[in-house]
Design a protein around this ligand. Structure first.
Ligand code: NCD
Length: 358
């Protein structure tokens, strides 16, 4: 495997992604074969932000592989509450564990942590930025249900501004072709421009809609999301956006018979209860797939990278310059971080949160 840390789904080359999918599918079919695959190994789960599914499924994944789990789910019960830097926490934890999983409310935190981590690090969500293991689940489930991720009409509905799963998914879908994306949201919660650009790469079409009724009959896949209450500055602002998109049986009357309904969960009120029993609802299977994909990922990383490496971040020069304008970028929170700017043909962007820098 060529990647040691999973910060972004695009860290996984296509061929290696196929191998992970094959391994996950085998784990689902023959779980007993893998019950001691990680015996003696330790997974650290560092959750600076609440999580049920992601954290429990990572922990279950390691336990089902015969390994053990350490970590915290409430930073207030760790040294973080005493003001410890991310760098120190990661340095120490990576001398205890063989692989680490981190969720953090700040964008780019996973990449920042990977600079100080001596073992493979997996991003379990960094603010509104990325959530690559959810994306693995989404891509795997689409591929399982539709045969591939190309030539489809894919709707994404809800909080497209703040939802990291749709941003991460847009990045992963970017190299695919022949797709039409229907982005269903209010004006306020529109998909950020950078993600729209990713989706429209490779001549894919992007159509913005304000209602589900405008496109539900055309869709092959509908990815519903909740309004991300915790990312709003006030309750009244959240209230003004909540409850606008609700998928119910009535709306589904116009949908294709083989529509695939996905949701990263937790769902709040955006999918009516009766839809759970509709055979087109695949979100519980999607959540189950996540367990096997996380097992496959943990096994792959611990097998390929069994040694603790020296810390990479110490090699960078620290300039003290604050250069990223994104207030929720980790570079503006963890002040010791080196300035890292990345560049491609079109733009220059912050190496942590990936927002444009001039
Ligand atoms: C998502 C997340 O944390 O971003 N949940 C998850 O990981 N399954 C989606 C969400 O919280 O809305």
């Amino acid at each position: 495997m060529s990647f040691r840390n999973l910060i972004d789904f695009s860290d996984i080359p296509e061929k290696e992604w196929d191998e992970i999918c094959t391994l996950a599918a085998d784990m689902k079919k023959n779980p007993n074969r893998y019950e001691s695959a990680c015996a003696g190994k330790v997974l650290a789960t560092l959750f600076y932000e609440p999580s049920t599914r992601t954290q429990l499924s990572f922990q279950t994944a390691m336990l089902r592989l015969g390994g053990s789990v350490i970590g915290f789910s409430d930073p207030n019960s760790s040294s973080v509450s005493k003001g410890e830097t991310l760098r120190d926490t990661i340095k120490i934890v990576s001398t205890y564990a063989d692989v680490a999983v981190m969720r953090n409310p700040v964008e780019g935190a996973a990449f920042a942590a990977s600079l100080y981590c001596r073992v493979p690090l997996i991003n379990a969500g960094d603010g509104g930025h990325l959530h690559p293991t959810q994306t693995m689940t989404d891509m795997f489930t689409i591929r399982q249900e539709k045969g591939s991720c190309d030539g489809l009409s894919i709707g994404m509905c809800g909080d497209l501004l703040n939802g990291r799963t749709v941003h991460s998914l847009s990045k992963a879908l970017s190299p695919h072709c022949g797709n039409t994306y229907y982005l269903i949201s209010t004006e306020k919660l529109k998909m950020p421009e950078y993600a729209v650009n990713l989706l429209s790469a490779n001549s894919n079409k992007v159509i913005e809609c304000r209602t589900l009724d405008e496109c539900i009959d055309i869709l092959d896949v509908l990815y519903m999301t909740r309004i991300q209450r915790e990312r709003f500055t006030s309750e009244s602002e959240y209230r003004s956006q909540a409850g606008i998109y609700i998928l119910d049986s009535k709306k589904l009357e116009n949908a294709k018979k083989n529509l695939v309904i996905l949701h990263p969960l937790p769902k709040v009120d955006e999918i009516s209860y009766e839809v759970d029993d509709d055979p087109r609802a695949k979100y519980f299977e999607q959540a189950e797939n996540a367990l096997y994909l996380r097992m496959a990922l943990i096994l792959t990383l611990t097998e390929n990278y069994p040694d603790r490496l020296p810390i990479k971040g110490d090699k960078y020069d620290f300039t003290g310059e604050r250069y990223c304008k994104n207030p929720v970028c980790v570079s503006n929170h963890e002040k010791y971080l080196p300035k890292i700017i990345k560049e491609n043909n079109e733009r220059k962007f912050c190496g942590y949160c990936e927002r444009d820098v001039n």
